[in-house]
Write a protein of this length. Sequence first.
Length: 222
Amino acid sequence: MKPANDPTIDYKVLVQRGYDCCAVSYHEARKNEAGPELDVLTMRLEDGATVLDIGCGTGVPYTRALAQRFNVTGVDSSSEMIKQAKANVPNGKFIQGDVMSIEFPRSSFNSAVAFYSVFHLPRQEHADLFLRIYDWLKPGGYLLCTLTRSSQQAYTEDDFFGVTMYWSNYGLEDYIEILTRIGFNLLETDVIDHGYTEAHQAPYEKHPLVLAQKPTADRGTV
């Protein structure tokens, strides 16, 4: 683990290129089927609802599971991940790019999900990301995302599926404050693991899973 504080490095490009290079091995290590963690969201949505998947990766398992009932749009910065997602989820819509630069009309989606992806953005952008999501959601829309329990300054690791990868995050209490300040109502919190198969033998990790809702009467943002 190394501090990610080199001003000559574009860490977003590092993430993009890293996932381009490790897309195949990363996909092989991920679980093929979504677990019950999606149920807390899907039970609240009608068939045909619009769902935005932020950091969709190769589309497995979450985008594919969501696309069985819903109209899903996946966003990922990695062109190789998007290429695989299109093959794995042929009925999904996919956009390659930085989620902080992509534009959607206000109130476009019934829900947004972000599994294991927020921490790949510089944490100083996280509040703006959740504000963008809030604007993209319809009144009453839901956000389901994995976050992090403890705050960490930006860092890199040199052997993430053979590439250098970047992380940056706040702690759970910080995220709850950000979400509520924006206007979300916090509905449920849970904990899920790292999402890898047992064969991958990754160190066990716990990720807070948060379900939040935009009020049905939008009271604006702070």
